[in-house]
Design a protein around this ligand. Structure first.
Ligand SMILES: Nc1ncnc2c1ncn2[C@@H]1O[C@H](COP(=O)(O)OP(=O)(O)OP(=O)(O)O)[C@@H](O)[C@H]1O
Ligand SMILES: [Mg+2]
Length: 530
């Protein structure tokens, strides 16, 4: 169990939290959610973690903590060796201990060391290292990386290897910072199950709502510097939270009524007392004591409504009935087949999800529809009166010298005042609009791009992983903005919550084949497992 009392963290002059008390019991799986500080949940999460980590786990000296780093170190080592490094170092310690029997320690001390090393070896799964490594690598979809060198990996691959390393360590307190980034739907399912079966405690910072629902037993919510603990999963937390805010409002309103009534009574008492001839001393006394009572009331603060203003994607002109048609397309990259005869037909008004494992060719399929890629054979047809708003997976504003404001105004004909008003809805407040677009974080770039697209009234939206890097509030904003959209929506995503909420048809791309399901992601998944 880890315990920390009255923690205070101040970041750049802003108090993030103060006077918190928290503890983690063994076996608990906790999810951390927080209101945004400039759209940044991680900032707060990491501050909590830092504090936690500075604290020794109470009463349990040998407890281990493992944390998922965001930037893995560059090192010249194969992935397999990296993953077996820990158990290997214990094994080496054991094998060198015996022949070099350190006499000065004496027999008992040496045997104790030997026993403790064996314990550690067993706990780290040393007897089945290879099987463990293969199991975790297969689960996370990195089995084909084991022979590669760490320095040759792409960023997403590195993150997955880091995660594997951490899972294999099996620390008493496992701290996962955005573990689902870069994982596909298969790896997500595997990781959820792995965490549920974990015997230690787990602390999760994540924006993946389905993942939180699948794993956590408790939600910690940081709001206005206060920590609220909910003994439930994510979905129920949202409901309980709304109920709590409603209750707060009720208390606040009741108190406001009471204060108003007392103030009026005091006023009236004084008037009557003065009007009486001679002035009535007893009424004056009553007014005085009521005033005292009024001053003693502990005023409740008005609960803050953090819900954002509603935004919507709308269209100016309807497209033709056929939006995209592919007939039997075949495509290779070098010698790797991507599509082995893929056909699809997307009609006006459909909301289509494209799902599949990493590297299946989802982004390639989208670029093929957008005519950014040629096909080896087959036919791609784009319909009439189509205006496409495209959000790319690897969104970059590059070395552009634009600011958020100028980039936004390039895409929309609005005055500066209007632009700043709209950008504020996308959480760019005040001076934020003068940030250079090349300095934006992933989530900020995404919000700017969505702000641009929302001004352009396209009738076809093509989004490649739109919820990546978005915090939960921004995801909800996006889902709401899409609700009333009348045009055609095509989105690639691994975000199961978004898929089920915003898209009603599912195209599943795997092994070069595309299968269409007339239902959202959960339906498609059920059909596939039948
Ligand atoms: N321009 C290219 N030249 C060569 N190979 C490419 C090119 N673009 C993509 N590939 C390869 O084609 C395969 C499919 O890539 P794609 O980006 O379409 O996958 P994806 O389904 O979008 O994956 P993810 O879920 O990781 O986004 C991958 O193996 C990728 O490395
Ligand atoms: Mg992709």
């Amino acid at each position: 169990m880890s315990r920390k009392k009255n923690v205070e963290q101040i970041y750049g002059g802003t108090t993030i939290f103060t006077g918190l008390s928290f503890q983690i019991h063994s076996g608990e799986i906790i999810g951390l959610v927080a209101e945004m500080v400039k759209g940044n949940l991680r900032l707060q999460g990491l501050l909590v973690l830092k504090t936690l980590l500075q604290e020794r786990l109470a009463g349990k000296k040998e407890s281990t903590k493992g944390m998922l780093a965001q930037t893995p170190a560059r090192e010249d080592i194969t992935i397999y060796d990296l993953l077996q490094r820990r158990t290997k170092s214990i094994a080496t310690a054991i094998t060198t201990l015996i022949p070099t029997f350190p006499e000065h320690l004496g027999l008992e001390a040496t045997l104790n060391t030997y026993g403790s090393l064996l314990d550690q070896f067993e706990k780290a799964g040393g007897y089945e290292t290879e099987a463990n490594i293969r199991r975790v690598a297969a689960g996370l979809g990195i089995a084909d990386l084991l022979e590669k060198n760490l320095v040759d990996l792409k960023r997403g691959e590195r993150t997955k290897v880091e995660l594997a390393e951490l899972l294999l360590q099996k620390p008493d307190l496992l701290i996962l910072d955005e573990p689902t980034n870069h994982l596909d739907i298969y790896a997500l399912d595997w990781l959820s199950k792995w965490i549920k079966d974990y015997t230690g405690s787990v602390f999760i910072i994540s924006h993946d709502r389905t993942f939180l629902d699948d794993t956590v037993t408790k939600i910690w919510e940081l709001e206005h510097g206060e920590l609220f603990i909910y003994h439930t999963n994510y979905t129920d937390y949202v409901m309980e939270r709304e109920a709590r805010i409603l209750r707060q409002f009720q208390h606040y309103e009741d108190q406001q009524k009471k204060i108003k009534k007392m103030t009026e009574t005091i006023k009236r008492l004084k008037e009557w007392a003065n009007r009486a001839k001679p002035p009535n001393a007893s009424m004056h006394r009553q007014a005085k004591s009521m005033e005292k009572a009024l001053n003693r009331i502990k005023r409740l603060q008005r609960p803050v409504e953090t819900k954002q203003v509603a935004l919507a994607f709308d269209t100016e002109q309807r497209s033709g009935n056929d939006v995209f048609t592919c007939e039997n397309i075949v495509k290779h990259f070098d010698n790797t087949p991507i599509f082995n005869g893929v056909s699809l037909h997307i009609r006006h008004g459909e909301r289509v999800a494209i799902v599949g494992p990493n590297g299946a060719g989802k982004s390639t399929l989208i670029k093929t529809l957008l005519r950014q890629h040629d096909v080896d054979s087959g036919e791609v047809t784009v319909g009439h009166n189509i205006s496409i708003g495209y959000l790319s997976q690897h969104l970059e504003f590059g070395t552009s010298t634009d600011t958020v404001l100028s980039a936004f105004r390039n895409a929309a004909t609005v005055t500066e005042a209007e632009a700043r008003h709209i950008l504020a809805k996308f959480l760019f407040y005040g001076y934020d609009v003068f940030t250079s677009v090349s300095d934006l974080s992933g989530g900020e770039s995404m919000r700017l791009r969505l702000a641009q697209l929302m001004q352009q009234h396209h009738n076809v939206l093509v989004f490649d992983e739109p919820t990546n890097h978005l915090d939960i509030d921004s995801k909800e904003m996006l889902e709401e903005a899409l609700e009333s959209f009348q045009g055609t929506l095509i989105a690639v995503s691994h975000d199961r919550y978004f898929l089920n909420k915003s898209l009603s048809t599912t195209l599943w791309l795997e092994d070069g084949q595309l299968t269409r399901y007339e239902g959202p992601f959960n339906y498609a998944r059920m059909k596939r497992s039948e």
